[in-house]
Structure formats: C-alpha cells, structure tokens
Design a protein around this ligand. Structure first.
Ligand code: BG6
Length: 491
C-alpha cells in the first residue's frame, strides 16, 4: 500500500521531538509500509536536501539507541521531501495537490502538527483544493480548542469537509503500551472484572507527575495550563480506560461508545464540589534534583502575574451502577518530585481482620498499580506472612506484612517496544481508529472541565504556590485526606 504523509509544521518542535523519531523507529522496525513518502511542510525556503540535513542534525539529540546510523538515515531520508507552504495561501494548496497527484498514493495522511488556530484554515483549504477525498486522513494534534465552544467550532469545520472516519484526533496517552495493557488486563482476563466495582474498590487515583518545568513552551503553556494540557485529554482518557464498561468488541466505535458513557456519567460540578474538590497550583522556585530552578513566573514567555496553573488535583465520582460513591482522584503537575505516571486501584480492606495489627503486622488493603512510566508494568500489592513489619523473619504468628507481585513489561517483552507515536502513526496509515478520540468524546470532556475554567477565571486569588521538586500544594493532600485516603507517596 503506498502512502503520502504530509507533515504540516514539518520544522516544528513536535515534528523534531516526536513525529520524525517515531517514523524512523517504524522504518527501523520494518513496520512502515514500503512505498511511502513523507513530505515536510513549513514556511522556510528549504530544498529536500536541506530538510534532510536538518532532520539528521536533530536526530543527534535523540537518545543513543534510537539514533540512526549513517546508512539507516540515508535509506530513511530517501522517503523525505519538503514543500514550502504559506498555510493561508490557496495557491500553495494547489502546489500541494500537484505534488500529491504525481504519485496518486493509496492513502494520504495530512498531519496537522501546527498551532491549533490554523486547523480550520488548513481543513477548509485542503477541501478547496480537492484534497479531502476518501483516501485522505487528517490527524489533529491536541489541544483541539481552548474550551467547548472553540472545540465545537473546529469539529464543525472538520465535519463539513471530512467524514468522521477520516479524522484522527491524537491523544498520545492512548498509544502507550501500558494503556493497551490496562484494557488487556480488564477485558482479556477473567480475574479482575468481577472485582472491578464499587463493592470492592475504595478509590482510584490517577497521577501524571513530571519533574520537568515548561521547557521552551512558555508562551504556549501560559495560554493553556495543566487542566487543558493534561486533564481534559490524557487524564480523562486514562479514567475512561479504567472505568469503562466492557465494549461489545474491540472495534473503534464500540470502545469509543463506552468511553463516552463514562464521560457523560462524570458527576456534574456544583459550587460546593468546585470549592472543595479542585486544587490548582503553580510552581515557585525550588530544588529539583539537587539544582535550584526558577519558578513558573520567571520562565520565558510567561506573562507577569500569570495565574496559569501548572498543577491540578481533583476528586470526582462516576454516577453509574458500577462506580456510584467511589472517589476518583486525578493529579498532574510540572516540576513535581517525581517523573511518574500511574493508576492506582485501591481495594477495600478485608471484610474481617483475623490477623490483628496490634501484634506488629499490618492490614493494608490490596492495591493494583498500573505503571505507565517511567516503568511500564503492573504491581499487585498483597498481604503475606513471613516477616514482621521491619522485615525480621521471626514474625510472630498471625501478623502480616505487605508483599508485591511485580510484572515489568519492559523486562518481560523487551524495552525496544513500539512507542506511543509510532503505534499511532502506523494506525493512521492503516486506517485504524481505535486509539483516536471521537469528536463527541472530546466535546464531553470539554463540557466537564469548563465549570472549573469558569470558576478559576472568576477567582482573583489565583493558584496556590508550591516549591519546585515537591508534590504540589498541601491542599491536594488535605483534599484526599478528608476522605480518609492519601496519595501513594504519602501512605
Ligand atoms: C503533552 C503535554 O501532551 O504530554 C506536555 O502537552 C506533557 O506538557 C506531555 O509534558 C507528557 O507526555 P509523556 O508521554 O511524556 O508523559
């Protein structure tokens, strides 16, 4: 099958950091279909050779194991071409159409790795140039809009010129192996599904914590913030994967229908829950890994006095039969103490404790941890007899200590596995929509976060400061402690 992949934003940050390295990995793994061409599109006046050289230079910054040898790069580079385009100029789309006609590939992927403000223009122009035929697939990067209204406006334009099955809205968390494994754990095994409900599960916590600050993305981030950057998309998609009902099959719409039901069942906000169950923070300077780092307000591109949040913690519930009353906590932030993404399923304590903790043992409830990064794996925390709480082997009879079953997918399957972007790009080329977000899901997620945005914009107090290198504002711990629970690193 031949394909043309047109990469709008072909000299941008996302192209260098994620898309080109992922395409190269797919090429190296032999999974990129033969007969493909990648056309980088940007405003710079570059020849094909100059574009290839730029990409080669950028690969020097990729981690060593993922860097091409000279020979590999020259074979990969044979697929690369460049087209200079001003995306506001209709004539430039005619030039693109001419270029695509030369090959008439079976599939044309238009990857919009551009500022989201350009999405509607590009989609309209693609259509005006007759490039929206059935062989075309359009990939839209997040953030898709700034709020519900702008998201809808983009989706309406897109719908006017493309069918839903031609639109691939990327949320790269859905491409992570660990998310595939979460679905496999739930729907490919009989063991956990009967336990996956309010009667046995006390609470579920989703943490995506980053050690890094906002890097060079100050201007973008200052207009975005953690709620739009991470919660509206990545965190809610994880919540859907953990909470959805079993789909009738593994088809794209069967899965997306179930995710949509979860989003629709999220408890609506009230003034009271908004006040008590949402914490926003912003990092101040602090010690990150032994190095003093500046606070958010001093980062390049950030407006003076900015109230943009770099941390969010929230508590919600899913109002349906399976989950009624079970708190779901979401927490994400920049410049936190750990680089860590995981989902923690905390089970209820054993119904009746026959092993008294007064003798030195403990009675911790069971816990299933789905690790997304840096390790990709599963941990099942159980209680066992064999040592006292200090690890001494002469444990008194009837005392228990926590032990853990640990499945490290990197060790089990090798760490050279398919990366999120690589998987998603191959899926677009193959036309598989399972791991992409449908417009109704996305709109529902915006509808749910919007009251939080409205509350913040009306609140002059701004975010709570937290020192870089910590776990965020103490209000996040107080919020979960009110329910009698704690975040994993505090328990
Ligand atoms: C992106 C966000 O979508 O995800 C970034 O815009 C964030 O701010 C990144 O750093 C995190 O992705 P990952 O795969 O590194 O956890």
């Amino acid at each position: 099958m031949s394909f043309d992949l047109v990469l709008f934003g072909g000299t941008g940050d996302l192209a260098w950091r994620k898309i080109m390295p992922a395409l190269f990995q797919a090429f190296r793994h032999g999974s990129l279909p033969a007969g493909g061409r990648i056309v980088g599109v940007a405003r710079d006046g570059l020849t094909d050779t100059q574009y290839r050289e730029l990409i080669k230079a950028r690969f020097d910054q990729v981690e060593l194991a993922k860097r091409p040898s000279d020979d590999e790069f020259s074979r990969f580079a044979a697929m690369l071409e460049y087209l200079r385009m001003d995306l506001s100029q209709p004539a430039d789309y005619t030039a693109l159409a001419d270029k695509l006609k030369q090959r008439n590939a079976d599939t044309v992927v238009m990857y919009l790795a551009t500022a989201p403000g350009l999405f509607t223009t590009v989609c309209d122009q693609i259509a005006a140039a007759g490039l929206n035929g059935p062989q075309t697939r359009v990939v839209l990067e997040k953030p898709l809009g700034h709020d519900l209204a702008s998201n809808r406006a983009i989706n309406e334009t897109v719908r006017r010129v493309l069918k839903e099955e031609q639109v691939f809205r990327i949320d790269h968390y859905l491409g992570k192996q660990s998310v595939q494994n979460l679905l496999a754990l739930r729907f490919g095994n009989a063991l956990f599904e009967p336990l996956w409900r309010r009667e046995l599960i006390a609470n579920i916590q989703i943490t995506i914590s980053e050690k890094l600050g906002i890097e060079k993305r100050g201007a973008f981030y200052d207009n975005t913030g953690a709620l739009r950057d991470m919660v509206q998309n990545h965190a809610l998609q994880l919540l859907c994967a953990v909470a959805m009902e079993p789909p009738i099959d593994a088809g794209a719409d069967a899965i997306r229908d179930e995710k949509l039901k979860v989003l629709r069942s999220l408890k609506r906000w009230t003034p009271q829950t908004l006040g008590q169950h949402v914490v926003r923070g912003q990092y101040a300077s602090g010690n990150a890994d032994g190095e003093m780092v500046p606070g958010y307000a001093s980062e390049k591109g950030v407006r003076p006095g900015s109230t943009t949040e770099t941390f969010v913690a929230l508590r919600t519930e899913i109002a349906n039969w399976r989950w009624a009353g079970v708190p779901f906590y979401i927490r994400t932030g920049k410049r936190l103490a750990g680089q860590d993404a995981h989902i923690e399923v905390n089970f209820r304590p054993a119904a009746h404790a026959i092993y008294p903790s007064s003798l030195g043992g403990s009675n911790a409830p069971n816990r299933l941890v789905i690790n997304l990064q840096p390790r990709d794996g599963l941990e099942l925390h159980l209680m066992a007899q064999g040592a006292d709480s200090r690890g001494a082997r002469s444990a008194p009879l009837h005392t228990l200590a926590p032990v853990q079953l640990d499945l490290d997918f990197d060790k089990r399957f090798g760490s050279e596995r398919v990366g999120a972007y690589e998987r998603l790009l191959l899926d677009v080329i193959a036309g598989r929509l399972n791991l992409f977000v449908r417009s109704d899901e996305q709109e529902e997620a915006w509808r749910w976060v919007e009251p939080i945005l409205d509350m913040w914009s009306a609140d002059p107090t701004g975010p709570r400061p937290y020192a870089a290198g910590t776990w965020g504002p103490s209000a996040a711990s107080a919020m979960i402690a009110r329910d009698g629970y704690c975040w994993s690193e505090e328990c």
